[in-house]
Design a protein around this ligand. Structure first.
Ligand SMILES: C[S@@+](CC[C@H](N)C(=O)[O-])C[C@H]1O[C@@H](n2cnc3c(N)ncnc32)[C@H](O)[C@@H]1O
Ligand code: SF4
Ligand code: SF4
Length: 394
């Protein structure tokens, strides 16, 4: 019996699995690389399991807060869905006392741990994030803020909280104010407040996050009202965008064009990768870079989770398959590798724009690391102003 027949026989008898075979396609990690990645993951998990002793203790809520659509205040943007971490409400007259007395445990971010403020601490907000209302005109399949659900049931906040926002900002103005929806630009109260906020808090850096899927006239209404505007794309080809959001993409292109002509450097174009759009990343990147915004960024909506992919197991085999159909299950890895190849090609083709230094590119590695995208790879192509950061970016 030859070696190939012997291996086939061992696979059939369960003595050896396909995942243990040497890999011929050099684009797919070798077993040694997979083991290394697994070891690294175990080490990371261990560190996460034991964070209390090693992480710095901070009064996070004296530096950043997230204000939900109903006015409840939480310590930072990582904590917004956690009811147990609600400090108080923006309407509370004694909100400063509630901030002072707030005493809960948290280490959701994995980089620090929350502690109660002490007498030496002073409230000095670096960043306040306001969710003006959950109302949104778009209906994204993956919406992390649950806006489409609130719209359907009519349970989104219609109350104008702007009096309370101003009262709070007067008490403790932040360095950075981020305004999110739902979609602030289609909310009557949200838009009205947003257009006045920069005039009122001139020293605060005001940033807006928007889908940009609004009437072009809105671009004129917000001219001069922000220091930075992040426009989120949920697909690049019309049909893909429509599948994710239930709306056509044309208005987003029109809106982005107007804003880029108004204030190119203040506009940032973001691509949120989802299972059905990530393969269009490079064509988005090419279009976005040629528009020369301040930043082109790519974040991920937890695509592996949505696909329930087991990326540690590129040769997973369905047991119910007949033996002769035991084909390698590397479909997503191949698509990811091809996408990363195209991203690098696009970055190289737009090298002059990167070297000019006015447009920078940032990719979160959460999804594309499985296709081989790393800072080392980018650096090996001598690409300036491109950052690959860890995590989803969100
Ligand atoms: C909820 S949206 C609100 C602003 C605006 N409607 C928009 O879509 O840009 C705020 C940010 O959350 C991001 N986001 C939405 N759903 C997400 C998800 N499931 N995972 C990660 N980020 C998500 C969007 O890309 C956007 O940058
Ligand atoms: S510990 Fe991390 S997640 Fe928790 S409040 Fe502080 S910064 Fe936010
Ligand atoms: S546009 Fe933004 S808020 Fe609206 S559904 Fe999509 S992600 Fe959610």
């Amino acid at each position: 019996m030859g070696p190939v027949q012997l291996i086939k026989r061992k696979i059939r008898s369960g003595l050896i699995r396909m995942s243990e075979l040497p890999v011929l396609n050099k684009d797919i990690p070798s077993l040694a690389e997979l083991h290394q990645a697994q070891l690294q993951k175990m080490q990371d998990d261990l560190e996460l399991e034991n964070p209390i002793q090693s992480l710095p203790k901070l009064a996070c809520h004296y530096e950043t807060i997230f204000i939900r659509d109903d006015g409840s205040i939480l310590p930072c943007c990582n904590t917004w869905p956690e009811d147990r971490l609600v400090i108080g409400n923006i309407k509370d007259d004694n909100i400063l006392a509630k901030l002072r007395d707030f005493d809960q445990q948290c280490n959701i971010c994995g980089t620090c741990q929350l502690r109660k403020a002490n007498q030496e601490d002073n409230i000095n907000f670096r960043h306040i994030i306001v969710e003006t209302s959950k109302y949104c005109n778009v209906n994204c399949a993956m919406c992390g803020h649950f806006s489409p659900y609130h719209t359907r049931t009519g349970q989104y906040n219609k109350e104008d909280l702007s009096y309370y926002y101003d009262r709070f900002l007067d008490l403790c103005p932040p360095k950075i104010l981020s305004v999110l929806g739902g979609e602030t630009l289609v909310q009557e109260h949200g838009l009205k407040w947003f257009t006045g906020v920069k005039k009122k808090y001139n020293d605060t850096y005001v940033e807006l996050v928007t889908s940009g899927n609004v009437k072009p006239e809105v671009a004129d209404a917000i001219d001069g009202c922000f220091d930075s505007i992040l426009i989120s794309f949920y697909g690049f080809q019309a049909e893909t965008y429509r599948k994710v959001t239930n709306l056509p993409i044309d208005r987003v292109f029109e809106f982005s064009d107007i804003l880029i002509n108004q204030a190119r450097e203040k506009v940032h174009l973001k691509y949120l990768t989802t299972p059905i759009n990530f393969h269009e990343s490079a064509i988005f990147l090419d279009w976005a870079m040629k528009n020369k915004p301040g930043w082109v960024v790519s974040h991920d909506c937890n695509t592996p989770y949505f696909l329930t992919m087991d990326l540690d197991e590129p040769y997973r085999i369905c047991d119910s398959y007949p033996t002769h159909n035991k084909i390698p299950n590397n479909y997503w890895k191949e698509i990811l590798h091809r996408t990363v190849r195209d991203i690098i090609k696009t970055l190289k083709e737009n090298k002059e724009i990167l070297e000019e230094g006015k447009t920078r590119v940032a990719y979160a590695d959460f999804l594309f690391k499985w296709g081989g995208l790393t800072q080392e790879l980018v650096d090996s192509h001598q690409l300036q102003n491109v950052t690959i950061s860890k995590g989803t970016g969100c």
